[in-house]
Design a protein around this ligand. Sequence first.
Ligand SMILES: Cc1cc2nc3c(=O)[nH]c(=O)nc-3n(C[C@H](O)[C@H](O)[C@H](O)COP(=O)(O)OP(=O)(O)OC[C@H]3O[C@@H](n4cnc5c(N)ncnc54)[C@H](O)[C@@H]3O)c2cc1C
Length: 289
Amino acid sequence: MRPIEYVAAKTVQEAVKSLAEKGDAARPLAGGTDIIVQLRGGRRQLDRLVDMKAIPELNELTYNASSGLRIGAAVPCYRVYGDAAVASAYPGLIDAASLIGGIQIQGRGSIGGNLCNAAPSGDTIPALIAHSAVAEIAGPGGNREVPVEDFCTAPGRTVLQSGEILVAIRVPAPAAHFGACYIRFIPRNEMDIAVVGVGASMVLDGNKVTACRIALASVAPIPVYATAAGAALVGKEATEENINAASEAAQAAATPISDMRGTAEYRTHLIGVLTRRALQSAIQRAKEA
Ligand SMILES: Cc1cc2nc3c(=O)[nH]c(=O)nc-3n(C[C@H](O)[C@H](O)[C@H](O)COP(=O)(O)OP(=O)(O)OC[C@H]3O[C@@H](n4cnc5c(N)ncnc54)[C@H](O)[C@@H]3O)c2cc1C
């Protein structure tokens, strides 16, 4: 591992300037649970790491029942699921944040880092999409916002341009009778990446679905927002038959590969099973909300 300059930025502007000076040879550092592993393994070469953890704005976690949730990009997972009001309002996101790695990883690793790492298997990304989250970005050209479903562009790549950082993730306040769930399959209990992950959210009016979003992990080069699968349920009763139809639409939205964790056929089968389970759980939670 070659020497890497470490810069602890105190403000968003300082971080942006420090990153822009080095272009592709610099990257932000949040919890370091992805980037340090990648650097040590020689999968990345950098001249500079710019630490985000001393920037106050990136460490703020704010929740208001009418304006929603704002998660600073460096806030570690444990702070998100450790907040009782947040945990009850954003169940799908909490499912994902509380299964990343183990307790040590959750104490360091951030949802912002999970999103910016842009792994197809990133567990919080389908959950964020299901919750209609938006990425707040700052850079040399000013600020902009991107819906999370448009944030990842390729494995390990995002819409972030040179010098741009993720400042926060904003998640709208859930509507009445909203429920969500994230569920994944891994071959062991923890410390592995998803063979398939499914995030689903739902708004119910009685037993009728008035909104539904479904997103998938580990079944394409980027997390998949399966719009047709969600749309298949909207305006319909939350019945087994309609859930099955949405699950089939989710299978059709995926382009899985075969690798050491499973074949494409196996992944397609899992998408069907996990989408049904995620929808059933989201429905149950929406009924209880
Ligand atoms: C043992 C182990 C188990 C794991 N288990 C899981 C798992 O179950 N599920 C899962 O999804 N992941 C898992 N991971 C991966 C990792 O822990 C998560 O992706 C974590 O959320 C990353 O957050 P971080 O704060 O550590 O990010 P970092 O490693 O600090 O950063 C990750 C990437 O995001 C960039 N970045 C960070 N902050 C910003 C910012 N503000 N703006 C722009 N770019 C930024 C960095 O430059 C880097 O490229 C695991 C890792 C380990 C080591």
